[in-house]
Design a protein around this ligand. Structure first.
Ligand SMILES: NC(=O)c1ccc[n+]([C@@H]2O[C@H](COP(=O)([O-])OP(=O)(O)OC[C@H]3O[C@@H](n4cnc5c(N)ncnc54)[C@H](OP(=O)(O)O)[C@@H]3O)[C@@H](O)[C@H]2O)c1
Length: 232
């Protein structure tokens, strides 16, 4: 069976992706920051869990995550991420560093570490970006910058690794996960239109099956979700 590493699989979109790939019979290696004892009951049986804090990760931490995967890995979905909603003049240096470390530095270090395993399987590398990488959003300047940086890196890696490991970036739009509460987003009215994580996970799975280097779940995707949601 093919194998997939999903980072940030202890919650939200990552956890929904675990369900998608397990239901297809894939071997799933799920990464999260929370302790295994807290996550295991929520994950499907047979999923291997690797616990690692990706904020300022050491070489050992990155190696531990990579070594939890098979020598020949078919797919890596680098999804772990975080945000802080704050006006730019009140975002602290620590918050800026945390967002850069988790959203940009960690996926790039993991991409390096996983490259030989992905190449061995003729596997694929998929980053999870955000529609926030384009456009402008109040209180999201640093988060948007971390995802825009990831987007730029994905374009260059795609060129560097052409013929060896295909590199893709997928940009979901607003999704109804716990990320917004963790980030400090208030109870804004727009939240009722956020897409459900299982729907986003299925759309990510479909995008990964395709060969587009960059996929964005833009307004049309959100509109289709809102209409489907109003019918259920
Ligand atoms: N939700 C949205 O509207 C939205 C929109 C566009 C893109 N995205 C992107 O989609 C991805 C998943 O987001 P989500 O909405 O599913 O968020 P979520 O529900 O908060 O899940 C985030 C995952 O990342 C992990 N994570 C966070 N900080 C970490 C750290 N320091 N070390 C290791 N793991 C860490 C979390 O682990 P713990 O919970 O164990 O800390 C969790 O498993 C992120 O890259 C996010 O930027 C989200």
């Amino acid at each position: 069976m093919p194998s997939v590493l999903i980072t940030g699989a202890s919650d939200g979109i990552g956890r929904a992706l675990v369900e998608c790939y397990r239901s297809k019979g894939w071997t799933v290696i799920a990464h999260g920051r929370r302790q295994a004892s807290r996550v295991a009951p929520q994950l499907p049986a047979q999923v291997k869990y690797v616990e690692a804090d990706l904020n300022m990760p050491t070489e050992d931490t990155i190696a531990r995550v990579a070594q939890a995967t098979p020598d020949s890995l078919d797919l890596a979905i680098l999804n772990a991420g975080m945000g802080v909603v704050a006006p730019p003049e009140r975002t602290t240096p620590a918050q800026i560093n945390d967002m850069i470390a988790v959203n940009t530095t960690a996926p790039l270090l993991l991409a390096q570490a996983l490259f030989p395993r992905l190449q061995a399987a003729q596997g694929k590398l998929t980053f999870i970006g955000s529609t926030a990488a384009r456009g402008a959003h109040r209180d999201f300047a640093v988060y948007a910058a971390t995802k825009a940086a990831l987007s730029g890196a994905a374009r260059s890696l795609r060129l560097e690794w052409e013929g060896r490991v295909p590199v893709q970036i997928i940009h979901p739009g607003p999704t109804a996960t716990g990320m917004h509460d963790k980030a400090g987003l208030g109870d804004i009215a727009a939240r009722k239109y956020f897409t459900a994580p299982d729907r986003v996970a299925r759309a990510i799975e479909t995008a990964i099956e395709g060969d587009k280097p960059s996929v964005r779940f833009g307004p049309l995707f959100m509109l289709r979700h809102a209409i489907a949601g109003s019918r259920t």
